[in-house]
Design a protein around this ligand. Structure first.
Ligand code: SF4
Length: 442
C-alpha cells in the first residue's frame, strides 16, 4: 500500500520503501552508560531505529545525553522517545529526538486536554523536524473510546483516526500509526480497518506493525511472524518491531527476516505443498530450526488467521550442527503445528502467555520471572496469564488476560484477576505460589 513518506532522522518510513526494522531499549534511561552500550549493540546488529522510554521530565536530559554520546561515537541511528502518561514530557523531549511515540489512551487523563496537548506537541515537532508515532494498544484504549465502541479492533482503528485527523487538520504529515495487540486476530483486524479508513480519507500514513507482549522463545517469534506477516503480505506495514521478552538485540534478526522476505530478498524454504481438504501438508528443507519456524509462520499464519486452512502438518528436514534432522521423527513438526495453531488462535494446547518486553520502567528480573511462571503453569490449560514489567503501565496493557503477575519493584509483586488486583506487595519469592493457588482454586 502506497503511504506518505515519513523522515525519521534520515530513515524513510513508508512510500513503498523496504520495511524498517526497529527495537527498544530495556535499560533504565537514567543509566546513560548502560543505555548507550545497549544502543551500540542494537545498531551493530542492524537496528535502523531505536526507542527509549522517557517516563518523566527528568529523563529528557538523559535521552539527550544518550543521543549525544551515540552521535559522538559515530552512531547515527534515530532515537524515539516512548511516552506514557505525561504529555508535558512529550512536548519537552520532542526537540531532542527524531520521533516521539505517544499512546492516545494515556496521553492525558482528560480527553479535551489530550487534544490540546497534542496540538502543542505537533507545533513543537513541526518546528524541530520531529516525527510522531500515534501508538495505540488494545489494552489501554482509554474509557473515552471504549465507552463509544467497546474494547474492539474497530475501536482501535476509530481511536487512531481521531488523532490522525488532528494531524491532517494541522497539516502535519510526519506521522506513523500503530495499533498493537497481543491477540493476533485483533491486531490484524485493527490494522486492516485502519488501512481502509485512511484510504477512504485520502491520507494514508505509514504503519508501524507488531504484536505487543508476544512473549519469548519460539512462541514469541511465531506469534510475531503470524501477525506481522499477515499484514506485510497485504502491503500493510512500513516498519516493524518484533517484541520479545529477551535481550532486545534478539528482536533484530527476526525483524530483518520479515523485512527481507517482503522485499523479495529471501524466500521460504518450503519445497512442496499439498492440500487435503483444509489441511496443508508442507515439506521443508531448511538451513536451521529457527529458519523453518519463521518460514512456516509466514507461509501459513495468514491462512490460519483467515480460516482458509484448519490444520498444517510438517515434513522434511532442517540442519543442526551439520546434521540433517527429520521434522517428523524429531517431533518438531507436531510441536510447530501446535504452536502455529495457538499463535493464530485456532487451537490452544497450553496456557496463553502475554509478557511485555520490559523497558526502562521495569524494576525487577522480568525475564527470569516469566520463565518461572511458564515453568510452573505449563500444566494448566484454558487460561491466559500475563507477566508485566511495571505497575504503572502493566495492568492497563494486560488486555484480555485472566491472571496478571505484575512486578512492583523492590522484590514485590501484584497479582491481578482480570483487571482487578487481588494481592498486592507479595514477596517475589512467594508470588508464583500465590498465583498458582489462586488459579487452581478458582
Ligand atoms: S508494561 Fe512493560 S514495556 Fe510497557 S512500560 Fe511497563 S515495563 Fe515497559
Amino acid at each position: 500500500m502506497k503511504t506518505l513518506e515519513v523522515d525519521c532522522g534520515g530513515v524513510i518510513i513508508g512510500g513503498g520503501r523496504p520495511v524498517v526494522v526497529q527495537t527498544m531499549c530495556n535499560t533504565h534511561t537514567y543509566d546513560v552508560d548502560a543505555t548507550v552500550a545497549q544502543c551500540m549493540r542494537m545498531a551493530q546488529a542492524g537496528a535502523e531505529i531505536i526507542r527509549i522510554t522517557v517516563p518523566g521530565p527528568r529523563e529528557v536530559a538523559d535521552i539527550a545525553a544518550v543521543r549525544r554520546r551515540l552521535r559522538d561515537a559515530g552512531v547515527g541511528t534515530p532515537l524515539v522517545a516512548d511516552i506514557h502518561f505525561s504529555s508535558e514530557t512529550a512536548i519537552a523531549v520532542a526537540p531532542v529526538v527524531e520521533k516521539v511515540r505517544i499512546n492516545p489512551g494515556n496521553f492525558h487523563r482528560d480527553h479535551e486536554q489530550a487534544r490540546l496537548q497534542f496540538a502543542r506537541l505537533i507545533e513543537v515537532c513541526k518546528a524541530h523536524g520531529t516525527a510522531i508515532r500515534i501508538g495505540l494498544n488494545h489494552g489501554s484504549l482509554g474509557d473515552y473510546i471504549t465507552n463509544l465502541y467497546g474494547n474492539t479492533s474497530y475501536a482501535m482503528a476509530k481511536a487512531a483516526m481521531e488523532w490522525v485527523g488532528m494531524c491532517v487538520d494541522a497539516d502535519f504529515r510526519q506521522v506513523v500509526v500503530s495499533l498493537k495487540s497481543s491477540n493476533t486476530l485483533v491486531m490484524v483486524d485493527a490494522y486492516r480497518q485502519l488501512a481502509s479508513m485512511m484510504q477512504e480519507n485520502g491520507v494514508v500514513f505509514p504503519m508501524h506493525v507488531g504484536v505487543t507482549e508476544a512473549g519469548n522463545g519460539d512462541s514469541g517469534r511465531i506469534k510475531s511472524c503470524v501477525g506481522i506477516s499477515a499484514l506485510l503480505s497485504e502491503g500493510i506495514g512500513d516498519t516493524v518491531r518484533v517484541s520479545l521478552t529477551e535481550d532486545p538485540v534478539n528482536e533484530i534478526p527476526v525483524g530483518r527476516y520479515l523485512s527481507d522476505r517482503y522485499a523479495g530478498l529471501t524466500a521460504s524454504t518450503m519445497v512442496r505443498l499439498r492440500l487435503e481438504g483444509r489441511t496443508a501438508l508442507a515439506e521443508y528443507s531448511s538451513p536451521s530450526r529457527e529458519r523453518l519456524l519463521l518460514d512456516a509462520s509466514c507461509d501459513f499464519g495468514k491462512r490460519l488467521l483467515d480460516k482458509e486452512l484448519d490444520e498444517v502438518r510438517f515434513t522434511g528436514t532442517y540442519m543442526e550442527d551439520g546434521h540433517e534432522v527429520s521434522v517428523e521423527e524429531s517431533g518438531f513438526g507436531t510441536y510447530l503445528s501446535d504452536e502455529l495453531m495457538q499463535a493464530a488462535r485456532r487451537r490452544f494446547y497450553k496456557p496463553e502467555y502475554i509478557a511485555c518486553p520490559g523497558c526502562g520502567r521495569t524494576m525487577y528480573d522480568l525475564q527470569g520471572a516469566f520463565e518461572e511462571v511458564k515453568r510452573r503453569t505449563a500444566h494448566l490449560s484454558d487460561v491466559v496469564i500475563a507477566v508485566m514489567g511495571c505497575i504503572v503501565n502493566g495492568p492497563g496493557e494486560m488486555a484480555d488476560a485472566d491472571w496478571g503477575y505484575v512486578g512492583e519493584g523492590n522484590h514485590k509483586v501484584s497479582i491481578y484477576h482480570g483487571k482487578d488486583p487481588v494481592l498486592r506487595h507479595v514477596p517475589d519469592t512467594e508470588a508464583v505460589d500465590r498465583l498458582l493457588e489462586l488459579i487452581e482454586g478458582r
